[in-house]
Design a protein around this ligand. Structure first.
Ligand SMILES: Nc1ncnc2c1ncn2[C@@H]1O[C@H](COP(=O)(O)OP(=O)(O)OP(=O)(O)O)[C@@H](O)[C@H]1O
Ligand SMILES: [Mg+2]
Length: 357
């Protein structure tokens, strides 16, 4: 059993720029949720917040179950770490700590084999056994066989740099998927994998009982493996997230804006082409951005209308043509939407008048 839940998470970059704003979502037990978004949207940062590497400025994170993390850099390891180091680094913390203690005491015994050191070594071995270290070595053996075609004993002292990018990724995925951690955070697990490797990963993700939050840019993997999509959308005041409760196949229809750049840019462009030009002001833009960017699935007030059920959102151009009476469409935006936009336009005009006065 395992889950991850974020509520109202906000994160600012070291230079003070807001990166994430009010991010809330839940990865339920056994779900495979894909986190998608443009390069630099904050996917890796969000995974690092869930993993506890980074502290959010706002919000809370709750979690149950052991956590296994595959970071984005695996596949391009450049240091002198060994296969054994990599496998322990991806194992439950207690096993990794017990293995490190055994290593340290073996070194100490080379200099000093006095009774206290021997006793400490015996304790370290007992803790390694209790933590499940020997069972994990059996898992390591199966992982090395599957990923490299050789056993753990033959592979463990090889430097990770001598493995190809795809072999590094496959080995890391094998140990996380076969290991005991119930919750996995996988940052671009498909990078470096060849086509059979990707197919293997898709099958593993479909079959695993584990709870998985993964980042990927691969549409096929997303379509075949993800049960839900969490999309980060770019915004000047920090990137926001919305969740599409079904797979990737219906994601594009629900969120045409998800692949666009900053929604306010799209809106300004649409406003210019509609003749509204520079007369759009802050709160109006914000409301229009909401209408333009928010899919029906994440905005209760949109889904509550029959109109919004037929169309996920109304574009600015449609809104403007409806408000100018030039729309030939039989469909009208939801009344509540029209109300919000009108109210926003009036408040902008009032603010402008006050400013002029
Ligand atoms: N220490 C830092 N100082 C300034 N900016 C930073 C710092 N760390 C990260 N960033 C910025 O934060 C943004 C989010 O980075 P992150 O690695 O989370 O993006 P990502 O969504 O994982 O992108 P990709 O798809 O390319 O992996 C980027 O624009 C990055 O440049
Ligand atoms: Mg990243």
């Amino acid at each position: 059993m395992g889950h991850v839940e974020l509520s109202g998470v906000g994160f600012d970059l070291p230079d003070g720029r807001p990166l994430l704003r009010d991010v809330s979502f839940r990865v339920g037990d056994g779900a495979v949720v894909a986190l998608v978004g443009a390069n630099g949207a904050g996917k890796t940062t969000l995974l690092r917040i869930v993993a506890g590497d980074l502290q959010p400025a706002d919000g809370t994170i709750s979690r149950s179950g052991g956590l296994g993390v595959m970071r984005q850099f695996i596949g391009s390891v450049r240091d002198s770490s060994t296969v054994r180091d990599l496998l322990f680094a991806l194992s439950p913390e207690r096993i990794a700590a017990a293995a490190a203690a055994v290593d340290a005491l073996e070194l100490a015994l080379m200099d000093d084999d006095a009774e206290p050191v021997q006793l400490a070594y015996a304790h370290a071995l007992a803790e390694y056994a209790d933590a499940g270290g020997y069972d994990q070595e059996v898992v390591f053996d199966a992982c090395c066989q599957a990923a490299l075609g050789i056993g753990y004993e033959a592979a463990k002292w090889r430097e990770v740099t001598t493995l190809s990018g795809g072999e590094q990724k496959r080995l890391a995925l094998e140990v996380l998927l076969r290991g005991p951690d119930e919750v996995l955070l996988l940052d671009e697990p498909d990078n470096y994998l060849d086509v059979p490797g990707k197919r293997w990963l898709e099958e593993q993700l479909r079959a695993t009982p584990k709870t998985v939050l993964l980042v990927s840019h691969d549409r096929e993997l997303l379509a075949r493996a993800a049960t839900q999509i969490a999309a980060l959308e770019l915004g000047a005041a920090g990137n926001t997230l919305w969740v599409h409760g079904a797979g990737f196949a219906t994601f594009a229809a629900a969120a045409p804006m998800a692949t666009a750049s900053d929604p306010s840019t799209t809106i300004r462009r649409a406003a210019r082409s509609s003749g509204f030009g520079s007369k759009l002001y802050g709160s109006t833009l914000a409301t229009l951005a909401l209408i333009q960017a928010k899919p029906a699935s994440s905005a209760a007030w949109l889904t509550s209308t029959s109109c919004a059920e037929r169309r996920p959102y109304f574009s600015l151009t449609q809104f403007l043509s409806v408000s100018k009476g030039t729309s030939k469409s039989a469909e009208k935006p939801p009344r509540r939407t029209m109300f919000l936009v009108r109210r926003s336009l009036i408040s902008s005009a009032a603010m402008l008048l006050i400013g002029i006065g």
